[in-house]
Design a protein around this ligand. Structure first.
Ligand code: SD4
Length: 324
């Protein structure tokens, strides 16, 4: 490969940015209306709430936040918010992030305990502070200051699952191999006028080592949004995905001209190329650009990504393409 000097590189990047900005403007005029794309079955209700919020005058950030709240509030979803499966010590620790593509700013919380709506706490980190991420005890105290009420996040069902896991002498732990129990809600949305937002919320991997932070609350990993290009979010093995800065990689591929679908596939191929053992990795990604075009993909059939799409007033539930 020819070496590239700094000036040529800067010019090339500036050119890409200008092109992306032009595309964003075009998208504004050729608006397809609002589009929401969310991971897993919980994405259906989340998209519906998001669309409703936008329609009734809320902002796109409000829409994504309120949409994700539906999964956090549902005790039957054992991977997000209230009812999410706990860490190895039986404590529910939640991660969430939300990113505003207009301001190019995010808010995030990691390892938050006793507060069932981490995406709303993340939103307040974005709106009320100069910080981007708060973690653990500090995030909890911030939530209390913001008026959130602490509560027990274990449900009788999730407590029983943890007790069963604890009682199993052959149980999988993260000191050895990953246990398999997770389904984050990730959502990307556009208002149809060139603005994008990404958000995600999760209880992370069940039985994780206390204090473990996954990809979800890390800007560029679990979420990324840029109004010049589009937005992306990820679900799956966050310990693996963090090493690939999943969401920003996808958005940058779109900035270089890839469609959302191509960008998702490009990143997944890269993950497998760098380590062939990743052919069975649990990695699912969703993306959309400012024109409302979408992409969704996962690496392997053993982790078949399903996602909810809301477009033109209609919700659908779909399967992503699979690399292998
Ligand atoms: C994590 N990425 O904490 C999250 C879990 C997840 O589908 O997305 N599961 O690693």
């Amino acid at each position: 490969m020819q070496p590239i000097d700094r000036r040529t590189f800067v010019k090339a990047v500036a050119g890409t940015a200008a092109l992306a900005a032009r595309e964003a403007v075009t998208a504004t005029t050729a608006s397809p209306g609002a589009v929401f794309l969310s991971t897993w079955i919980q994405g259906k209700a989340a998209n519906a709430r998001a669309a409703e919020t936008l329609k009734s005058g809320g902002s796109l950030l409000d829409a994504v936040e309120k949409g994700i709240n539906t999964a956090e509030d549902d005790p039957n979803i054992t991977t997000v918010g209230y009812g999410g499966l706990p860490n190895a010590e039986g404590e529910v620790e939640l991660d969430a992030a939300i990113m505003d593509g207009a301001r190019h700013r995010a808010g995030a919380v990691a390892s938050l305990r006793q507060i069932k709506n981490p995406i709303s706490v993340a939103r307040l980190v974005l709106e009320k502070t100069r910080h981007t991420t708060l973690a653990g005890e500090g995030a909890f105290r911030f939530a209390l200051q913001m008026g959130f009420r602490p509560q027990q996040l274990l449900t009788p069902e999730s407590l029983k699952k943890w007790l069963d896991w604890k009682a199993d002498p052959k149980r999988q732990t993260f000191w050895l191999n990953p246990a398999d129990n997770h389904d984050t809600i990730g959502m990307v949305g556009t208002d149809g006028q060139g603005h994008v937002v990404a958000g995600c919320s999760t209880s992370g991997l069940a039985w994780k080592i206390p204090g473990r932070v996954g990809d979800s609350p890390l800007v560029g990993c679990g979420v990324y949004a840029d109004d010049n290009v589009g937005a992306a979010s990820a679900t799956g093995d966050g310990d693996l995905m963090t090493n690939y800065c999943t969401s920003i990689s996808i958005v940058h591929a779109m900035a270089r001209g890839a469609s959302p679908q191509e960008a998702c596939v490009e990143l997944l191929r890269h993950i497998v190329k760098t380590d062939p053992a990743n052919r069975t990795a649990q990695v699912g990604v969703i993306a959309l650009n400012t024109r409302g075009e979408i992409g969704a993909a996962c690496i392997a059939k053993n982790f078949q990504l399903k996602y909810a799409l809301w477009r033109e007033g209609e919700g659908r539930f779909l399967e992503s393409i699979t690399l292998f």
